[in-house]
Write a protein that binds this ligand. Structure first.
Ligand code: NAP
Length: 253
């Protein structure tokens, strides 16, 4: 099989619906020659049903990224399907409703958002390290944490933590030939996005300011960006954030 991921085995977290950035990543990765293993959280039968819509069947492993036992057992579960990995995709975020009210939020809600959305990049990556003895590429998804967006509130703080976590992983894993990068995606109408109160207001910025346009209903562009970073075409790029946002990040007022 040819393609920019030919011969690569990739673990993809975060598939929930066809609108998931992770689903599009898995689809493009398979079309580019990768062997894909998925993880699902909670609603496994739903994830398995969605997985059947991929170009090729992909096994689904249960993983709650905050569950120590599941993280410890992840390597063995992955080895039931492939005997190593060249890439890992972190496409996971969650913030309780309370985290979307900046001044009123309680620490418990903030802590959950940071644990699930940022610390988990470290947990997932270290759980997968034994599967990548010759190195590999870890790619996560952020929403540009340079700015104080409408409504995003403590999820924005969690994304700032994710971006920093990615840089520290890049620093500490470079010697093992493991790269760690993020795609900073524009807004997409996924399940995670629908649970953000006021998502429409946040997303409206993209209707007016994306110089090459942006389609809120199309999660494929960020998925293609993730696949590019998984490939050998970014061999010396690590600790980087690549914007796949229609160009909004560089527009002035
Ligand atoms: P999505 O389809 O809802 O995917 C989010 C995934 O995270 C879901 O599969 C969710 O599972 C999973 N998850 C939540 N808690 C978890 C846990 N404890 N352990 C394991 N998995 C867990 O939404 P998405 O938009 O594609 O989001 C993927 C990534 O892209 C996230 O990091 C998100 O912040 C980022 N991103 C999204 C946008 C956007 O506008 N959509 C923009 C920029 C960046 P459950 O739903 O079953 O809990």
């Amino acid at each position: 099989m040819s393609g920019i991921l030919a011969g690569k085995r990739i673990l993809v977290t975060g598939v929930l619906t066809e609108q998931s950035i992770a689903f599009q990543t898995a689809k493009v990765a398979q079309n580019e020659g990768a062997e894909v293993v998925l993880t699902g959280f909670g609603r496994l039968s739903l994830v398995e049903r969605i997985a059947r819509r991929l170009p090729k069947p992909a096994p689904v492993i249960e993983l709650d990224v905050t569950n120590k036992e599941q993280l410890e057992g992840l390597g063995d579960k992955v080895r039931e399907h492939v005997d190593g990995l060249e890439g890992v995709v972190h496409s996971i975020a969650f913030g309780p409703q309370g985290a979307f009210n900046f001044l009123e939020a309680e620490w418990e809600d903030v802590a959950t958002a940071v644990e699930v959305s940022a610390y988990s990049l470290k947990s997932l990556t270290t759980a997968c390290l034994p599967l990548m003895p010759r190195g590999g590429s870890v790619v996560g998804l952020t929403f540009d944490a340079q700015y104080a967006w409408p409504k995003y509130d403590w999820m924005g703080v969690a994304k700032a933590a994710l971006e920093s976590t990615s840089r520290y992983l890049a620093r500490d894993l470079g010697a093992r030939n493991v790269r760690c990068n993020l795609v900073s995606a524009g807004p997409v109408k996924s399940m995670a996005a629908k649970s953000i109160p006021g998502f429409e207001e946040l997303a409206d910025v993209w209707n007016n300011r994306a110089p090459i346009g942006w389609d809120l209903a199309d999660p494929e562009p960020p998925g293609r960006g993730v696949v590019a970073l998984l490939s050998d075409f970014f061999p010396k790029t690590t600790g980087e954030v690549v914007h796949v946002d229609g160009g909004v990040h560089m527009m002035g007022a």
